[in-house]
Structures are given as C-alpha cells and as structure tokens.
Write a protein that binds this ligand. Sequence first.
Ligand code: PSU
Ligand code: MN
Length: 302
Amino acid sequence: MPDTTLQLSTEVRDALDAHLPVVALESTIIAHGLPRPRNLAVAEELEALVRSGGAVPATVAVLDGRAHVGLDKDQLERVAGDPSVRKLGHRDLAPALATGASGATTVSATAFLAARAGIRVFATGGLGGVHRDWVRAQDESADLRLLAETRITVVCAGVKSILDVPATLQRLETLGIGILGYGTEHFPGFYLASSGEPVDWTVDTPEEVAAVMAAQDALGGPEAALIVANPVPEAEQLDPRLHDRVLAEALAECRERGIAGQAVTPFLLGELMRRTDGASLEANLAAVRGNVRLAALIAAAR
Ligand code: PSU
Ligand code: MN
C-alpha cells in the first residue's frame, strides 16, 4: 500500500500543535517556474521571509512517493536541483504516491496537502487560471476547481498575466471563490501592479483579512478558498509596454510550437524571462516576496 500519511517536518508539526502561525509555500515555482541555481536561493529566501514575519514556513513537495509538508535543507535542495522532479497538480498526487515518484506541487496540490495538514494560509506568485486559447484548447488550471473546495487563504499577485484574466475572474466568481484586493481596488496583474480589472472588496490590513477568514468559518457552507490579491509594488513591476509586447511574442511562439498541457505555463514564464532579459523574473520575485511577507502577517493575525 502506498504511504499516504503526510510527512510533517518536526518544526511544522510543533507549530501546528501549539497553534503558532504557519505559512504553506508551493514548490512548482521553485522547480519549474524559476531558473537554476537561483531557484534554490529564492526558496531559502522565501522561507527566511516567512520566519522574519513571525511564522513557520511549510514548503510542500512529494519525494520518493511521500507527501512532505515542511522540507529540510537537503529536501529543498533536491526540489530545486533535480531535473527529474515532476510537476504535480492535485490529480497527480495519488499516482505519484503509488509509484514512489518525486514532484513539485502546484497551487492545487499544495493547497490540498496544506489544508489536510491543518494549515490555513498559503503564499504563491500567481495562480493558474483560464488560458487565452480556452475556446480551442479548454486549458483551465486545476488550481481553480481545487480552490473552490478547499478552505485555505491564498496570498498571490493575482493570476499569471499569460492567462485570460477577465475569463479567470469570471470562473472564480462562478466557483464561489472570494477575492480581496489588498490595498487596491484593482485585481493585480502578476508582473504588473494592476490587470485593469476591478475587485469588489478591498482590505488594508492583515487583521481585516483574518476577520474575513473568521466570518467564512462562522458562516459555514461550501469550503471555498479566499484569495488575497496583493499587487507587486509599482516601482518593481515590469514595464507594462514591454510586458504586452513580449507576452504577445511568447504566446505566438507557444502556438507555433504546439506546446500544450502542463508544459504551457513553464514555457511562457521562461519565454518572458528570456525576452525581457530577466526583468520579468525580477518582477515575479518582487511579487512573490511581497506575498510571502503578507501571508506571514495574516497567519500571525488569526
Ligand atoms: N506562480 C509563479 N510561478 C509558477 C506558478 C505560480 O510565480 O510557476 C505555478 C503554480 O504552481 C501554479 C502553476 O499552480 O504554475 C499553474 O500551472 P498550470 O497552468 O499548468 O495549472
Ligand atoms: Mn494547464
């Protein structure tokens, strides 16, 4: 029988037992969203940011068929450095555990495992969503459906701008996933501070987010997630004109090469990095850092 028990690191288990703040971090951004070897430095930096915000980091990944919540140094190194580490969405967890595979977890798999471990706050860069070519390809990230059924608060810089943002917002509404703009009346644009789309609710403090989470729990009903949409600071965003130009080029390249399925998102993120000489990477990192800091404050405010 595959071992489906969660492997909590001692630090994460102790923190959860003591009701101390814990922040879950995904590993796909490390293994497949950022270039080596910088990805390892970023993974370590993000954990340090959680700690300096007064919370315990719980990076999630599957290693040799076991689901880990909280990684030690060697395990984090493996996720960052081993090219055979797969990309695992929620639906891949059972086959990965049953076959002894190793993989980095996307938002859907991370949210699922973190919630099972009893973690309520999760930080990432940008969520997956509805892709631009949806009518033909029907590519919609499994992140959305999973978040419709998982009571977790996800701090993100919106959804990746490679996506169809208005369509993704529409799906989030249909799925009953609440969105709070953090200090903004606009939905963030991942590399950009604003996508131009409005949000219905704006909060300005971690305590306000915690109050919304408490209200969600008190109300009961479908156990959907809460999205805290936290924009990258304008000073650190990608130049919007550069963004629009290289994104159009990258999308065309993706179509021409017939890239599909799980490869689409890493391909587009990589193309943007290449075509902006790394500027998209800096904006991506600035967004993730801000999200991780805020997630620690939210976890501590509960
Ligand atoms: N945010 C980033 N970089 C990433 C991702 C998010 O800044 O690489 C990952 C997340 O793991 C997200 C995944 O769940 O991209 C979505 O992939 P797909 O579109 O194949 O569902
Ligand atoms: Mn997809």
